[in-house]
Design a protein around this ligand. Structure first.
Ligand SMILES: CC(C)(COP(=O)(O)OP(=O)(O)OC[C@H]1O[C@@H](n2cnc3c(N)ncnc32)[C@H](O)[C@@H]1OP(=O)(O)O)[C@@H](O)C(=O)NCCC(=O)NCCS
Length: 138
């Protein structure tokens, strides 16, 4: 692993799908990913040379709440601190925007085996349940 570079708000749909397909099946259509990335409030990419090795993004309103999405590190780069860099970049953005001296909700959804990773940044599960609907566009 060479020296890693952190880039803000440059993440492309092609890079997104490269990482997505490395860990999950079936990246969504490029047009959907493009729209989602353009409307994300903050995107982070981690690069080894010019190759993307990790990403994360956030949606949010800067005032009251954020939602963290698509935290992915290439399998060969996992457990080497890349996920921690991504999370610290996201939380750094939260701390440096918004109304000074206030608190902001930062939420995410995690599979049970990933909860220990998020707990290292202070996230804790509560009794809220995740409700989900796949809604078709016209
Ligand atoms: C979850 C993920 C982003 C973590 O990234 P990472 O670069 O491996 O994380 P780090 O190396 O910064 O880990 C920091 C600490 O978090 C914890 N941690 C990380 N991955 C963990 C796992 N799979 N299980 C338990 N603890 C984990 C450990 O305490 C780790 O410290 P250690 O390696 O010194 O023990 C990465 O495993 C990943 O991309 N997984 C596939 C995609 C995914 O499921 N994303 C999350 C969607 S909810």
């Amino acid at each position: 692993m060479g020296k890693l570079q952190i880039r803000h708000n440059t993440l492309t749909a092609a890079e997104f799908c490269k990482l997505w397909n490395a860990v999950w099946d079936g990246c969504p259509a490029k047009e959907q990913v493009d729209l989602a990335l353009r409307n994300s409030v903050f995107r982070v990419g981690i690069y080894d040379g010019e190759a993307i090795v990790g990403m994360a993004r956030m949606i949010g309103d800067l005032g009251l709440c954020y939602y963290i999405k698509d935290v992915i590190v290439l399998p060969d780069y996992q457990r080497r601190g890349v996920g921690t860099i991504l999370m610290n970049e996201l939380l750094g953005f939260v701390r440096s925007h918004g109304v000074p001296d206030t608190e902001i909700f930062v939420e995410l959804c995690a599979m049970p085996d990933k909860i220990p990773f998020y707990e290292t940044f202070g996230f804790r599960a509560n009794e809220a349940q995740r409700l989900r609907l796949m809604c078709e566009t016209e």
